[in-house]
Design a protein around this ligand. Structure first.
Ligand SMILES: [Zn+2]
Length: 395
């Protein structure tokens, strides 16, 4: 029996709106708080949680950027001659994603999504390392660097594995009493919400499954640790997509050419542009100003969200749609999906949550990067107490 185990359970997309009116975690984590999210997708939310820093600081923001000089995709260039009928097929792209990931030795999450092959060599992919590993950030340290530096033994999930496998692996490490910190990552709810939306009865059903798993986890932990400090939290919520926007069609009718005059990445809720001449900048800006479903984000607002990159690495102009609007087709997907995140952080369904068995949630914990403060605080506490208990009693 050891004194303390900090147990951090990350449930992807389990937003405040998802649990607000649900009894989720009432038995094991009754103290809840709404947390502000970070502007962007999981590609930035997860690194922000893991590093305690914001996108402008860690530079893990959106996946694809215009950077032909550093494009790792040159070796798959010959494939651009394949007919779109083949390269746009989901089964082919899934195979290709795997092939490219192995071939280019990417260690993080990787998906080619719907990036057209014709343009693939214009882009770089910004998550070549896994933020769930030490040294995994584009800039600066993360929690795993911290744990290694402080020599704190920990468990972390492998998100590519099934949720139950990650649960079993953690329980095994708990039973061995080898760890002083645990980070569990479940991504299943995110996938489900994208598919069925936030009103489906499948959502509370999935929450009940998570509750059973966490109860199982707590039962195991309490057998081996006198105090289990449990934190269940998320990175963002999920909005239903009730309106589709074919932004690509509105840009492609303009008298400017992709690659020659401008480059764009259509994410599912934003479009990021790079311009090669003033004419393209003006035409596209004017066209975007006439799209009522979204707006161009001013620098001041990007700065406030800590996503203003002064080198414009992630785009010179960022167009963001209103909550509930889905850009489709986009470079993220050809077909509509029911739910999406990545809207403005102050939109209702963007908010994340934190639920804990601890009586106090410090006041300064207000946004998802603040979870990092709890992780470092509790990991150090556990290490100190667990080490003291292990040391032989003085004579
Ligand atoms: Zn998602």
């Amino acid at each position: 029996m050891k004194p303390i185990l900090p147990l951090f359970v990350f449930v992807d997309a389990c937003g405040w709106e998802i649990i607000k009116n649900d009894s989720f975690g009432g038995n094991f984590a009754p103290n809840r708080k709404r947390l502000a999210s970070v502007f962007g997708y999981s590609s930035t939310c997860v690194p922000s949680i893991l590093s305690g820093r914001w996108p402008v600081e860690h530079r893990n923001w959106c996946y694809f950027v215009y950077d032909p000089k550093n494009s790792p995709f040159k070796s798959v260039r010959p494939l651009r001659w394949l007919p779109t009928a083949i390269t746009s097929r989901r089964i082919f792209r899934r195979w290709l994603t795997k092939f490219v990931k192995v071939h280019l030795k990417f260690r993080g999450y990787f998906d080619l999504y719907n990036i057209p092959f014709k343009y693939i060599t214009l882009f770089d992919f910004t998550e070549k390392k896994s933020p769930l590993k030490p040294g995994g950030m584009n800039r600066g340290p993360n929690i795993f660097d911290f744990l290694e530096e402080k020599k704190i033994r920990y468990h972390v999930s492998a998100p590519e594995k099934p949720e139950t496998e990650n649960l079993a692996a953690l329980i095994q490490d708990i039973e061995s009493e080898q760890i002083d910190f645990a980070f569990l990552y479940w991504a299943g709810l995110d996938g489900l919400l994208h598919m069925v939306g936030n009103q489906s009865p499948e959502v509370p059903a999935k929450l009940r499954v998570y509750e059973q798993w966490i109860e199982q986890l707590m039962a195991a932990a309490q057998k081996h640790y006198a105090e289990v400090r449990l934190y269940v939290f998320s990175d963002h919520g999920m909005a239903n997509c009730d309106e589709l926007l074919d932004l690509k069609a509105k840009i492609e009718v303009l008298d400017v050419q992709m690659e020659k005059d401008y480059v764009v990445v259509y994410d599912s809720t934003m479009a990021r542009f790079w311009f090669f001449n003033d004419r393209a900048r003006q035409l596209i800006t004017t066209a975007l100003q006439q799209v009522p479903q979204g707006r161009i984000l001013p620098d001041a607002e990007l700065e406030e969200m800590r996503t203003l990159f002064t080198d414009r690495y992630f785009g010179e102009l960022i167009f963001l749609v209103k909550e509930g609007v889905l850009i489709v087709p986009s470079h993220m997907g050809e077909r509509p999906i029911r739910g999406m995140h990545g809207y403005h952080p102050t939109d209702k369904h963007s908010y994340a949550m934190l639920a804990t068995n601890q009586a106090d949630i410090p006041e300064e914990v207000t946004a998802i990067p603040d979870v990092f403060k709890l992780m470092t605080r509790d990991a150090q506490l556990a290490k100190a107490r667990n080490a003291a208990a292990k040391a032989p009693a003085g004579v």
